[in-house]
Design a protein around this ligand. Structure first.
Ligand code: SF4
Ligand code: SF4
Length: 137
């Protein structure tokens, strides 16, 4: 079974530096990061709370506290993935997703993330401008 992943979390992996909302969140994030980003395990790309959200203090019974905003990030990433070569997001290899994202201008990725509270740290923005984008890409 593919791992269910919110689309914009593909971008969050790129700028991950071990920081997060809580200790539990970071531990859980690291384990999904390892499986998806480092081991290239199959994913299903969605726009609703995923296994990363499960350990986030911002997740309530009604969904993410910032659901409206993050859903918009997801939808923009999903649209770009489709435009740049992925017709089906149900069962995707992360390597395929990052090959598609490599074709997207860094400024386009930046514009998705600008309203995120983590954006000001600069790690994510910096990662969008890396030549390789993804270490396996
Ligand atoms: S700025 Fe926020 S949404 Fe964008 S990649 Fe970084 S952590 Fe994720
Ligand atoms: S802030 Fe929202 S989208 Fe981000 S990890 Fe937490 S619950 Fe998920």
């Amino acid at each position: 079974m593919p791992i269910i992943l919110r689309a914009h979390h593909l971008l969050c992996f790129l700028g991950f530096r071990g920081l997060g909302y809580s200790k539990e969140f970071v531990e859980n994030f690291k384990s999904i990061y390892k499986r998806v980003y480092l081991e290239n395990s199959h994913i299903k790309i969605v726009s609703f709370p995923d296994r990363i959200c499960r350990c986030c203090p911002n997740l309530t019974a009604a969904g993410c506290r910032f659901e409206e905003k993050v859903k918009m990030y997801d939808e923009k990433v999903m649209e770009l993935l489709k435009v740049y070569g992925l017709s089906d997001l149900e069962d995707v290899l992360p390597s395929e997703a990052y090959s598609a994202l490599k074709k997207v201008l860094p400024q386009q990725l930046e514009s998705i993330c600008r309203t995120c509270e983590w954006f000001v740290l600069g790690f994510c923005r910096e990662s969008f401008y890396r030549k390789d984008l993804w270490k396996n890409g």
